[in-house]
Structures are given as structure tokens and as C-alpha cells.
Design a protein around this ligand. Structure first.
Ligand code: GUN
Ligand code: ZN
Length: 429
């Protein structure tokens, strides 16, 4: 048995919907055996229960559940910080060209390693990642994801129009190349496959149709795409699909519905659309820093709660401003503070948005998302650099809730000391 001793901070239940709360143990510990959390309690209690355990003494640091990023783009690390453009020109001028450069295994491998390393360095233990459009690059991404020890859901990005030549594939090729990757990777080595049409702008009906076929023909897949991010994008989708009553209808027609479907953004949905998304059981990835960075709009969280559409926070790198889900939690908080109908979010709700909510979206809440006995030992150790503002604020904090508020507001990559997945250290500062 291994005991990880620290100030343990976690969320019990779902504070967004009024049935959860912060759970903190200032001198707590996690008892871990064979990658599983056996118990979480005060350190003294656990040592008494498990005498002779190997103790990792992290007193003075904060141990939180591993963070879960439900929307992030593998090929977009170099695009972070590409300023001054709204979505469609940001894609055409900065992002598609950058993605097209990762067009072989040689360029994709260091990019994949760097991307996965940044996830772990930010305390992210599970990610749903948009892949490359290029199968050789996506194959390398899966190889590196398996080697990283992280839990990664991903898939080949698909599109057959409005993309640079290097990223284009016709529908038959999209089907065949996706199927090969599904057969090779889905369910192996911590990896799950996600069928990934980029968005309706660059997918003809034939591509959306093969996505529905792939979802029906293969068990245990996830589905991810974008929806209702930007007004010009929505107008374009309306012109491309004149029969569709709204953006969701372009996916709905092809059966891209159900709880395994994660739709990124959803800032500008109509009432009927929200109601159909709720009935369809789909979930939403809320990407607050990306939404501000591209000037796309702000997330109507209250509507999503009222309609009963599940959502979790995500970085959306490279439109998002970095891999830190603490920063996304802060951006989610600020967004709601600015909206007239904003939801009042406390530190527990914000931690839930980047942990348990994501686990639920991915159908992994029996495995990860909180520090509970029986779950996988996925956790992050936060240790603010000495002399930092964060260290100064925490030294004055009167409660675990205040400490968590300070972590969300100030902790970034430099405060992540180490990250574990299934009890195995995958990153150390
Ligand atoms: N819509 C289609 N592709 C993308 C992308 O790469 N990033 C964002 N933010 N929106 C998209
Ligand atoms: Zn995205």
C-alpha cells in the first residue's frame, strides 16, 4: 500500500446542480494499491488502518483529482496566441496551415510528445482530443498517447471541403481511414476512439453520413464535433444545409446523437435546438478562454442547466489560451459573472467542471473524476512556487475553499508538482 500525504481537496457529488460540496482533508492522504484508490481519509487514520505503508510525504502541497479536458486539439499547440482573428479567418489563415504542416510521422511525433507532455504538466490526466486530418499523424498521436500513460480519447479529424488540399479526404476515405484506426486503437492502452467530423462547414452530408455509420457499426466509441460557436459560422452552415432548421439538425439527421456525443461550444443555440439537444442526450464542451479569445460569444450556462444538457469545461487549445484547466475554471467563473443570467459558481462547482463533470461526459465517472475508494488513482499535486503570489495568498487563507479559489485563480503550469494516472507518475516538475 502507498499513502500519498497532502492537503486533499475534492468535490463530492455535483455542486452545479445543488447536490455536491467541497470535501477537504488538511492533513489527509490517499491510500493507493495497484493503481486504485483504496481509501481517502485523515493521514493518521489511514496509517493506523494500513501500517507499514510506503508514505509519500507531500505536506504543504495540495492533492486534487486529475483534471479532465473534454475538448483540446492535438495539432494546435503552435497556434496558441494567434491573435486578432475571429473563428473562420483564424482557421483559414493560422490553424489549417499549421495542421497541414504535421503531414508525416517525423513531424507528428515531436508534436504529439510535446502536446501530451503539456497536458500532464498542467495536471490533466484524461483528455478528449481532436486529432489530425492526416492518418499517419493520427497513428503517431495514438502511439505517443499510449506511451504517455494518460487516458486519451481521440480520432481522425474529418472533412471533405473548405480545407487545404493536405487535409481533405472524400467520404469513402474518411470512412476507411477512421475504421482502420478504430480497429487498431479503440479500447487499447487507455485509448478510446472518437469519431471526429470537424464541423458541418467542412463536412458534406456524405461525411456526416459515414460518421453515423461508424457510430452504429462500432461499439464503445465517442463522438466529437463543433457547434454554434460563431455567428458567421452559423450563417454559413445555414447556407450549406438549406433544409436544416438549425445547426444541430445537420448532425441530428445522421444520428449523431446520444450521451456519447460531445459538442464543443454551443454559444448561440435557439430554444428549440436546445430542447432537441437535451432530448438527444448529447453533451457540451464549454471552452471559455477560447470563446473570449476568438470573440465568439459567451456560454449560456444557465440555459444548459435549465434544459438539462450536461457540460464540462475544456481548454480548446489552440483557440484556448493554454492547457491549464484551472485557468479555464477561472474563465468560466468570469464569463458567468459578466452575463446577466450568469450562474454563481463557487470553487467546488468550478473544480467539478474540470473533473467530475468531464468524467461524466466521457462515461468514465465510475473510473475517474473524483478521489473515491474504488476509483483509479488519477491525481495532481499542486505546490505553488515559493515567493509566488499564490504561495502568499495561500499562507493567509482561512479555509480549503479559499485555498481552492486561490488555486483556480492563480495556479498554472508552474504550480503543478506532479501528476499520476492509475497510481503511476506521468509527470514531475
Ligand atoms: N471549428 C472547427 N474547427 C475548429 C477549431 O479547430 N477550433 C475551434 N475553436 N473551432 C473550430
Ligand atoms: Zn475545438
Amino acid at each position: 500500500m502507498e499513502l500519498f500525504r497532502a492537503h486533499v481537496i475534492d468535490v463530492d457529488g455535483d455542486p452545479l446542480r445543488g447536490n455536491g460540496r467541497l470535501r477537504a482533508l488538511p492533513d489527509g492522504a490517499l491510500a493507493v494499491e495497484q493503481g486504485i484508490i483504496m481509501s481517502v481519509d485523515d493521514y493518521d487514520t489511514l496509517l493506523h488502518r494500513h501500517p507499514g505503508s510506503h508514505v509519500h510525504d507531500h505536506r504543504g502541497s495540495f492533492l486534487l483529482p486529475g483534471l479532465i479536458d473534454v475538448h483540446v486539439h492535438f495539432p494546435q499547440l503552435p497556434v496558441i496566441g494567434a491573435m486578432g482573428l475571429p473563428l473562420l479567418s483564424w482557421l483559414n489563415r493560422r490553424t489549417f496551415p499549421a495542421e497541414a504542416r504535421l503531414n508525416n510521422a517525423e513531424s507528428a511525433r515531436p508534436a504529439a510528445r510535446s502536446f501530451l507532455r503539456r497536458l500532464a504538466a498542467n495536471g490533466t490526466t484524461t483528455a478528449l482530443a481532436f486529432g489530425s486530418h492526416i492518418p499517419q499523424a493520427q497513428q503517431v498521436f495514438f502511439e505517443e498517447a499510449a506511451a504517455s500513460g494518460l487516458r486519451v480519447c481521440s480520432g481522425l479529424s474529418l472533412g471533405d471541403r473548405d480545407l487545404p488540399e493536405a487535409l481533405l479526404r472524400d467520404a469513402d476515405t474518411c470512412y476507411r481511414e477512421s475504421l482502420e484506426l478504430i480497429k487498431r486503437w479503440n479500447g487499447t492502452e487507455g485509448i478510446r476512439y472518437a469519431v471526429t467530423p470537424r464541423f458541418s462547414v467542412c463536412c458534406s452530408e456524405a461525411v456526416l453520413d459515414i460518421c453515423g455509420t461508424l457510430m452504429r457499426e462500432n461499439e464503445g466509441l465517442l463522438f466529437q464535433t463543433h457547434i454554434n460557436e460563431n455567428r458567421d459560422e452559423i450563417d454559413l452552415v445555414q447556407r450549406l444545409f438549406p433544409w436544416a432548421e438549425d445547426y444541430f439538425a445537420t448532425y441530428e439527421r445522421y444520428g449523431l446523437t446520444g450521451s456519447q456525443c460531445v459538442y464543443a461550444h454551443n454559444l448561440h443555440a435557439g430554444e428549440d435546438e436546445l430542447s432537441r439537444m437535451a432530448s438527444a442526450g448529447v453533451a457540451v464542451a464549454h471552452c471559455p478562454s477560447s470563446n473570449s479569445f476568438l470573440g465568439s460569444g459567451s456560454f449560456p450556462m444557465r440555459q444548459h442547466l435549465e434544459y438539462g444538457i450536461p457540460f464540462a469545461a475544456a481548454s480548446d487549445v489552440g483557440a484556448g489560451t493554454g492547457f491549464s484547466l484551472f485557468k479555464e475554471a477561472l474563465a468560466a467563473y468570469e464569463t458567468q459573472m459578466l452575463r446577466e443570467d450568469g450562474v454563481a459558481l463557487d470553487p467546488a462547482a468550478l473544480l467539478y467542471l474540470v473533473t467530475g463533470a468531464g468524467a461524466k461526459l466521457l462515461g468514465m465517472d465510475d473510473l475517474v473524476g473524483s478521489l473515491e475508494s474504488g476509483k483509479q488513482a488519477d491525481f495532481v499535486l499542486m505546490s505553488p512556487p515559493p515567493q509566488s503570489t499564490l504561495a502568499a495568498v495561500i499562507s493567509e487563507a482561512g479555509s480549503s475553499g479559499q485555498i481552492l479559489g486561490a488555486l483556480i485563480t492563480l495556479a498554472r503550469e508552474e504550480s503543478v508538482a506532479a501528476t499520476w494516472v492509475a497510481g503511476r507518475e506521468v509527470y514531475r516538475r
